[in-house]
Design a protein around this ligand. Structure first.
Ligand code: UDP
Ligand code: MG
Length: 319
């Protein structure tokens, strides 16, 4: 993108969710601060732009570090949630409390190349409301993480969920897009599924994803699975349809079996070899039924959780 000086540069807020990130935070702050300085000097963003760390109920020194940063420069701000509410809620707490014309969200661990924020801002200054950061390659992720993640994107697409392939939560949103996002009142937000529903002019910037700078992943398999199931049940009823289809197929198959059994009994007058053919369907159908009840249960649980309209997070302190 060419560099166009803007008449009145926009106020940018960079929102960084942090959960036990004491090891990376100082480096993240240093690099983001440096990037922000460069963008201010180049006239791309206003000098009032901020970098906003959201402490998602960390148990280490994360919040102390954020407080120190806030004292060191007005550019750094902090929001402390009352307890750990998860990545998506931490992001929401950050973006909804941020003032500014545009908000960029990025993970604290420096896996996403921060330099492309400049390109995001260029797109925004050119009138784009949402800019997606997309990983060009995932060579730095483990084969397992890459395989499951890419398989998951494909699965969701298959179920009719509109996702940006290989885009996680690294994106720029304009104030207008954020206002629209606020209208979505569901408590369990799966942001990367909702944002494409907003519409508006969007753009994509590509980057290479690197290793976590320090510390370890705050997304254990358990949280990954929870996010994955949330993504499906929030956006698609395909699993429910699949159950109906399965039921239909099993019924059709049973009818055929009835035909075969009657034929054997009445026409051939042979005895039915009993055991395997009666025990196997019992196990099989038992499995199918339990699985189906489980899937139904996921949706019922979702209704149950959403109907309570519980608040997503509480802010304990801001600096
Ligand atoms: N995170 C958070 N709350 C949580 C878990 C993670 O705010 O409960 C933050 C974390 O600090 C990081 C981002 O979400 O900034 C992504 O987490 P991580 O890099 O560990 O995930 P991965 O890249 O391994 O998927
Ligand atoms: Mg990471």
């Amino acid at each position: 993108m060419e560099v166009t000086p803007v008449a009145k540069p926009p106020v940018l807020a960079i929102v960084v969710p942090c959960y036990n990130e004491e090891e990376v935070l100082p480096e993240t702050a240093r690099r983001l601060g440096d990037l922000m300085d460069r963008m201010v000097r180049a006239g791309k963003v206003s000098g009032e732009s901020t970098i906003r760390f959201v402490d998602d109920g960390s148990r280490d020194r994360t919040w102390q570090l954020i407080e120190e940063l806030a004292v060191s420069s007005p550019r750094f701000r902090g929001v402390k949630l009352s307890r750990n509410r998860g990545h998506q809620n931490a992001l929401l707490a950050g973006v909804f409390s941020a003032d500014g014309d545009a908000v960029v969200t990025i993970d604290a661990d420096l896996q996403d190349d921060i330099e492309v924020i400049t390109q995001m801002v260029d797109h925004f200054n050119g009138g784009t409301e949402i800019v997606y950061g997309v990983r060009e390659s995932r060579t730095s992720d483990t084969a397992f993480k890459r395989g499951t993640a890419e398989g998951y994107y494909r699965l969701l697409k298959l179920m009719g969920v509109d996702l940006v392939f290989n885009h996680a939560d690294y994106r720029l949103m304009s104030r207008r897009a954020l206002q629209c996002l606020q209208e979505y009142s569901e408590v369990n937000m799966f942001l990367r599924g909702i944002i494409p529903l907003l519409g508006f002019r969007t753009a994509t910037v590509f980057y290479a994803r690197s290793e976590r700078f320090a510390g370890e992943s705050k997304y254990p398999l358990r949280k990954m699975l929870a996010l994955a199931i949330d993504g499906v049940t929030s956006f698609s009823v395909a699993p429910l349809r699949f159950i109906s289809l399965l039921g239909f197929l099993v019924c059709a198959f049973s009818l055929v079996m009835v035909g075969i059994v009657l034929y054997g009994k009445l026409v051939q007058n042979g005895t039915i070899p009993g055991w395997a053919s009666s025990v196997l369907p019992i196990y099989f159908l038992g499995g199918v039924q339990l699985l189906s009840i489980g899937i139904l249960g996921e949706y019922v649980a979702k209704i149950y959780l959403e109907s309570k309209r519980r608040p997503r997070f509480f802010v304990e302190k801001t600096v």
